[in-house]
Structures are given as structure tokens and as C-alpha cells.
Design a binder for this molecule. Structure first.
Ligand code: 6LW
Length: 481
């Protein structure tokens, strides 16, 4: 079985997709990271370019330092209606809840939130019927009519469908009017190895719904498919009338039980229709993105860069030292919620990242993060370099060496595991070094996987400041064999 590639690799879960003319747009969850809700554009459903982040202002997304990792921005839905783009999302945080944003250009700017206090739960969906009524459907599966311009709800939320009897977690609902039917697409089984997609149809947007006899229409549970956890899907019709499904999946590596390190990624499959029911075809492989380099010569940071919970302008700037990223320390380490960290999602199974750091005025370094309890980093400052590992409650300086004063190139590489044939093998090894000298430490990659760390995200590689002020001249991310 070939190893199909995601169309959007790295932690880009819970995809929602819509089309306007020949242009497709897609959004994903982003949890504790800021800015939130990455927005992508494509003309062929396979090659996607990030065109921005929908929630890029504190007035849109305010995640306090108390917001837990894997809380924050849950599954969004993106739709186009009445000449505008509509984004509905759940923010799981203090002062959060379900909220709506609108824009005329999906690249932004998006509006400030329209709050939906009457909409319960998570995974909100939007659908309009011919008379303009807007139906909001959430996990459960529960539905309520809303006015998307004001956030007002009408009547009490009512139960639509509970999915396949006995299946866990009916969620991720999307409602479509297709031909003579209204279709209700859901995820069920939980977002882990039992994940799947099921569908029901009915005569009206509020049902009643009859389940598809072939449910689940998509699942890889109990198969040897290299892409697992498939679920949380959205449907889109192409200009030529063909139908496609975007959905999340993971690529576990190593021995048993398998560890996925890139989070839940976005995959694509064709859909055909038989007797009024969708049939999902095999995954269409995306084209892997290439290497990436940022020399921080631009005044604004590129859209792929993310920080935890917020990005105060006085702690993150490319204006203080021309051609450099300057990070000013807040939290004292990656164990802290408010550490000054700028990262990008790891998008490949094998890669090398490097940065040129000037730590004369502080301490900082290059890190691979799952969350504040699971991260590895190489840190420079005070005339020494340390490799630090945080795994659960254990924090250890696993290597240290004296270094001469002056800028250094710090490197981390995701390489093959030590014992690939061992049924207990790790998915990879993360090796840390100062360029020009030997590897300081090589660490087991399983501890930076979702199966170990838990939660809904994946690895993020980035630069951080632990004390004082640290400058980074460039960052590069190279795809390796
Ligand atoms: C999301 C739920 C899910 O709200 O995981 O994969 C939750 N499905 O639908 C977080 O991504």
C-alpha cells in the first residue's frame, strides 16, 4: 500500500472547505496557538497555499495564559453565502464559546466576533435553506436556528441524530442540500484509531434523517492503512460537478502501537454517488511542500509563524534589528504558558531545522514542542549550550558544552529511529547540535508524539527566548530523505 501524502501536512486538523467559482478555501483548528485558524487557498484541491489566519487580532482571539494546551480554537466551519465568507468556531477558553466571523476576502481582515450564546457545544456548522433560514448544527448532533448577523438564536437546540448506535462522539456535523435531499455528515468513534465518517439524509434541514446503510462511509479503523484516525470530514463540489472530501488523518510511525508526531493532517479523497449516497474513494496524495527559509527581512512575520496564546508586539519584532527576529523573554522556559516562542508546524517525517542565534543579551534557543510538558530544545547563552528534555514531569539537561562568545548556528534534525526493526521502535530520533561540532544529544521521538503527550496538536519547531533579549538572524527548515 502506497503512503499517500496529506494535501496540507503537519498539524492542520478538522478541515472545513468551500468553493467560490474556481477557488477553494480551507480552514483548520489551531487550539492554543496565535494567530488562530489558518486559511488556505487552492485551485486544484491538491496544492494549497496559506493566505493568512482568520483570527489575528486580540479583539478576535484572546487566549489568557491560563488557556490549556489543546484548548483554545476547536473545529471551525467555513462557508460562503450572500457574497460573504462566514467562519463559525468554538473557542474553548475563558470568555470563549461559539462565535461567528465574516469577511469579504478570506485572506482577511475578518470581522470581530459575533457571539452565539445560545449555541451549545463544539464543532458548529452553518447551512442556509432556500428561504434564507440559517441552521447551526453542533456536535451531539444538535441544531438551532440562528441569525448569523446578530448571533441571535430562535427556539431551543434540538437533537437531530446521534449517529450510529453505540458509536462514540458524534461530532463534526456538516449539513448540505444536495439534489432532493438534505445530507448530514458527521464524525464518530472519537478522533483516535476508531475515527470514522458517517452520513444521513432527510427531506428538510431539520430532518428527520435516515442513516446511510453503508455507514461509516469512511474509516481506516482495524486496517493496515498507513493513514489512520481518518474522520472529521467536509464535502465540496468542483466546478465540473465532481465531489471531494477533505478530512483529517494521522501517519503513525515506529513500532507498535505507533506514534504520530505531526498531529492530525488534512487529506483528500474523491466522492461518487450511488443510489443517492456518497461513496468515498482512495486518498489522493498531495504534493509534499519543500524546504522553507525565513531571513526575517520583512516587516511582518509570515502567516505560518505561530506563538502560544498571544503575540505581544513588544516581545516579538523584526524592527529592532534589521533582518533579524528579536524575541524578548517572558516565561523562563518552554515549561511556561507565556514563554516567548515563534514556531512553525513540522510538516515532514524527516527534516532538519537550523537558526543563527545571537544570545549575547540573554538565553534562548531552538525547540521542538508538543506542549509545555513535552518538548526538547537546544539553548544557548552565558557561554554554554544545553540540550534540555521535558517529558511529562521529568525535566533534564541531557547535554551541555561550553561555546565561544558570538552568534551560533543551532540545529535539530528528525532522523531515523535507532532500532527500526524493533517492534518497540520509536517513530524517529531528534538530534541536537551546534553546527560545526558533533551531535550533542539524540533523543527518542516517541515522547514528542500525540499518543504520549495527548491532546489535539502536533510538533511545532521554533525559536524562543528564556531570559533577556535574543536575536535570530534566520531560520531554515530543510526536508531530508
Ligand atoms: C474536534 C472534534 C474532533 O472538536 O476533535 O476530530 C476535536 N474531531 O470534532 C478537536 O479537534
Amino acid at each position: 500500500m502506497s503512503n499517500p501524502h496529506p494535501v496540507i501536512a503537519g498539524f492542520h486538523p478538522d478541515p472545513s472547505i468551500c468553493r467560490v467559482g474556481d477557488d477553494y478555501y480551507l480552514v483548520c483548528s489551531s487550539f492554543e496557538y496565535f494567530p488562530g485558524v489558518p486559511v488556505f487557498h487552492s485551485r486544484d484541491l491538491v496544492r494549497w497555499t496559506q493566505i493568512g489566519n482568520a483570527l489575528e487580532r486580540p479583539s478576535q482571539l484572546r487566549l489568557s495564559s491560563g488557556t490549556l494546551s489543546s484548548a483554545g480554537v476547536y473545529a471551525p466551519t467555513l462557508r460562503h453565502h450572500d457574497g460573504r465568507f462566514w467562519l463559525i468556531v468554538t473557542v474553548v477558553a475563558d470568555g470563549g464559546g461559539n462565535m461567528l466571523f465574516t469577511a469579504t476576502d478570506p485572506a482577511g481582515p475578518w470581522s470581530d466576533p459575533i457571539r452565539l450564546p445560545g449555541v451549545p457545544g463544539i464543532d458548529p456548522d452553518l447551512a442556509w435553506d432556500d428561504d434564507g433560514t440559517c441552521w447551526c448544527t453542533v456536535a451531539g448532533i444538535v441544531q438551532v436556528r440562528i441569525d448569523p448577523r446578530t448571533g441571535e438564536t430562535f427556539g431551543e437546540p434540538h437533537k437531530l441524530w446521534s449517529g450510529t448506535p453505540g458509536a462514540a462522539a458524534p461530532e463534526a456535523p456538516h449539513l448540505y442540500r444536495i439534489g432532493d435531499y438534505w445530507y448530514l455528515l458527521i464524525a464518530e468513534g472519537g478522533t483516535e484509531r476508531g475515527h470514522g465518517v458517517s452520513i444521513a439524509r432527510g427531506p428538510a434541514p431539520d430532518g428527520p434523517f435516515e442513516p446511510c446503510p453503508a455507514n461509516p462511509i469512511l474509516t481506516h479503523r482495524s486496517t493496515g492503512h498507513p493513514v489512520q484516525n481518518t474522520g472529521h470530514a467536509d464535502l465540496v463540489q468542483a466546478p465540473d460537478g465532481s465531489w471531494w472530501m477533505a478530512f483529517l488523518g494521522v501517519r503513525p510511525g515506529g513500532g507498535t502501537p505507533g506514534w504520530h508526531v505531526l498531529g492530525r493532517e488534512t487529506f483528500l479523497a474523491p466522492v461518487t454517488w450511488e443510489e443517492g449516497w456518497p461513496v468515498v474513494g482512495g486518498i489522493v496524495s498531495g504534493s509534499p511542500s519543500g524546504s522553507f527559509m525565513d531571513d526575517f527581512d520583512l516587516a511582518e512575520l509570515q502567516a505560518c509563524w505561530i506563538s502560544m496564546r498571544s503575540r505581544p508586539a513588544d516581545l516579538y519584532t523584526t524592527k529592532e534589528r534589521a533582518g533579524s527576529l528579536t524575541l524578548r523573554a517572558a516565561g523562563a522556559s518552554l515549561d511556561e504558558h507565556d514563554v516567548t516562542f515563534l514556531g512553525r508546524r513540522a510538516q515532514h517525517l524527516r527534516w532538519r531545522a537550523r537558526t543563527l542565534i545571537d544570545s549575547a543579551q540573554g538565553r534562548g534557543g531552538l525547540a521542538v514542542r508538543l506542549d509545555e510538558h513535552h518538548h526538547y530544545e537546544i539553548e544557548a547563552g552565558d557561554g554554554r549550550v544545553q540540550v534540555i528534555a521535558r517529558i511529562g514531569s521529568v525535566r533534564s539537561v541531557v547535554a551541555e558544552q561550553a561555546v565561544p562568545a558570538g552568534p551560533l548556528v543551532l540545529a535539530v534534525q528528525a532522523g531515523d529511529p535507532r532500532s527500526p526493526g524493533d517492534p518497540r521502535s520509536a517513530p524517529d530520533t531528534l538530534s541536537f547540535s551546534v553546527e560545526g561540532s558533533t551531535v550533542l544529544a539524540s533523543l527518542d521521538g516517541r515522547f514528542l508524539s500525540t499518543e504520549v503527550a495527548g491532546g489535539f496538536t502536533g510538533r511545532v519547531i521554533g525559536m524562543y527566548a528564556a531570559t533577556g533579549t535574543v536575536h535570530f538572524d534566520w531560520f531554515d527548515y530543510e526536508v531530508t530523505p
